[in-house]
Design a protein around this ligand. Structure first.
Ligand code: NI
Length: 262
């Protein structure tokens, strides 16, 4: 498969983490251009009630788009009882495939830590109640994230989006059956730690993501990211593992199906 040339039509990629509502271009174009690169399925992620509603709107408009709904740790302070009820209502709609992104962010701390912790646990409970997988945001909060998940989220399907831990943490996650989301960072020159993880961890535990509009892969680093760049991430993973892009596409698509049923 050639990234810049003709892409085999027999393969397809699943983009597990985009924020379509935050991409400042016509969404129809974004979805169409992604499909042209064989990124035919994607999960668009909510960060609060409003963006979760938009995610659902996109999911109902576009066949290959699915929604994850939740409150990002930055917005944890907004998840009161009323919003939680609203979130539960939304979560029962068609094409909602996960709760998230939720988790802990000890870097920005836009919400207080107790507040983040509470919102995280509430959303884990919601995922359990509705039997949905969880998409986890963990920034500089590895210990606490792993602790909460082992205590509160046993038996649930877990995807650690934009995985940023080291190989030791990855091994713990794999042992627990979690999936790791790998994005554009893997193409960055300084991402030595992540490349070790990708090399060592079985493809059975990895899925592809862009986190667009953030974290565009090389050679687009610093520019707005989009789901259509997924093949660049797949190509880097293939190089690191010494396998074909096709293999990466196929296995990560199977994994995405295991998590989200799509
Ligand atoms: Ni995100």
């Amino acid at each position: 498969m050639k990234i810049k040339g003709v892409i085999e039509v027999s393969i397809f990629f699943v983009e597990t983490h985009t924020h379509l509502d935050l991409i400042k271009r016509n969404t129809e174009e974004v979805v169409k251009e992604a499909a042209e690169k064989r990124v035919t399925k994607m999960v668009t992620i909510g960060i609060d009630l409003e963006s979760s509603k938009i995610a659902l709107e996109f999911a109902s408009r576009f066949a290959g788009v699915y929604a994850a709904i939740g409150f990002h740790p930055h917005e944890a302070k907004l998840l009161d009882a009323e919003n939680l009820k609203e979130l539960e209502k939304l979560a029962k709609k068609d094409k909602v495939v996960a709760i998230g992104e939720t988790g802990l962010d000890y870097y920005w701390k836009h919400s207080t830590l107790p507040c983040q912790m509470e919102a995280f646990k509430k959303q884990i409970n919601l995922a359990r109640k509705l039997n949905l997988p969880l998409i986890i945001h963990d920034r500089e909060a590895h210990q606490d994230t792993l602790k909460v998940l082992v205590e509160e989220a046993k038996g649930l399907k877990i995807l650690l989006h934009c995985f940023s831990g080291d190989l030791d943490m990855a091994k713990v996650c794999i042992e627990r059956g979690y999936y790791l989301g790998i994005g554009g960072v893997v193409t960055f020159n300084n991402a030595v730690k992540l490349r070790v993880v990708v090399k060592e961890v079985s493809l059975e535990n990895l899925v592809l993501e862009t986190d667009s509009p953030y974290l565009a892969p090389h050679p687009f680093r610093g520019k707005p990211n989009e789901p259509k760049y997924i093949p660049f991430i797949a190509e880097r993973i293939a190089q690191l593992k010494g396998i074909s892009v096709k293999e990466v596409a196929e296995r990560t698509s199977v994994n995405s199906k295991e998590i989200f049923g799509i």
